[in-house]
Design a binder for this molecule. Structure first.
Ligand code: ADP
Ligand code: MG
Length: 229
């Protein structure tokens, strides 16, 4: 299984008279893990939504594997800060939303360690477990691209580290291309091969992270560290 290769050329995106993104050129390799950082309101979510096909472009082109794309692709999945689970459907049914195959949904739940919660209502899960279900829902679609819009932003520090480990592990195992928007530069460096900074509508910095993996730290170690600090 491999991830999609993304080529963005001369991308402009405006809302009315507000130009949010201007003349963006960006190439993301198949299976690459890219992080996007930048101040609130700089256009990170807009860039993700545009790549997802949820927003139309005002100018320029987006291609997946050299084929120009318009609209939502069924191998693209997103994760948000809130898990966006349907409260009146059990966990397994939530994972099957947009992915009808039961066996795949169960395999995805097992991959995030929550197969035993299949019959639970989302309301009884912790914030971290809800995000695991949301990740399982993304995985069950056999994604070639996952767009993460600050998915760990609302979690406590230890749960965030566990989720970072899980995301790193599953990305390595399954090979989907990942684009992560985060406020946390440390998280960007832990997870990504490459970090870009968006400023004034453009890419102000584009740096490669050349550190050995795995990088997400062992949560028990951090727990111990927290105790002695
Ligand atoms: P970020 O995710 O970096 O915080 P956003 O991409 O959400 O920033 O927003 C970038 C800018 O575009 C902001 O000024 C925001 O108010 C504006 N914006 C985002 N979505 C819309 C929309 N649907 N209509 C009008 N303005 C929008
Ligand atoms: Mg945003």
């Amino acid at each position: 299984m491999s991830g999609v290769e993304i080529t963005i050329e001369k991308l402009d995106k405006s809302f009315g008279t507000l130009q949010v993104l201007e003349n963006i050129d960006l190439h993301v390799g198949a299976g690459e893990f890219l992080a996007i950082v930048g101040k609130s309101g700089c256009g990170k979510s807009t860039l993700l939504r545009t790549i997802a096909g949820l927003e139309s472009v005002s100018g320029g082109d987006i291609s997946f594997n050299s084929i120009p794309v318009k609209g939502v692709q069924d191998t693209t999945r997103m994760m948000f800060q809130d898990a966006r689970l349907l409260p009146w459907k059990d966990v397994l049914t939530n994972v099957r939303v947009g992915n009808s195959d039961r066996a795949k949904a169960e395999a995805a739940l097992s991959n995030v360690g929550l197969l035993d919660k299949s019959d639970e209502w989302p309301g009884v899960l912790s914030g971290g477990q809800k995000q695991r279900v949301s990740l399982a829902r993304a995985l069950a679609g056999d994604p070639k691209l996952i767009l993460f819009d600050e998915p760990l932003g609302a979690l406590d520090a230890l749960t965030r580290i566990e989720m970072q480990q899980l995301i790193e592990e599953l990305w390595k195992q399954q090979g989907f291309t990942s684009i992560l928007v985060t406020h946390d530069v440390g998280e960007a460096i832990i997870l990504a091969d490459r970090v870009i900074l968006i400023e004034d509508g453009g890419i102000a910095l584009d740096v490669r992270v050349d550190l050995p993996r795995p990088r997400a730290r062992d949560s028990k170690f951090t727990e111990y560290e927290t105790m002695i600090l």
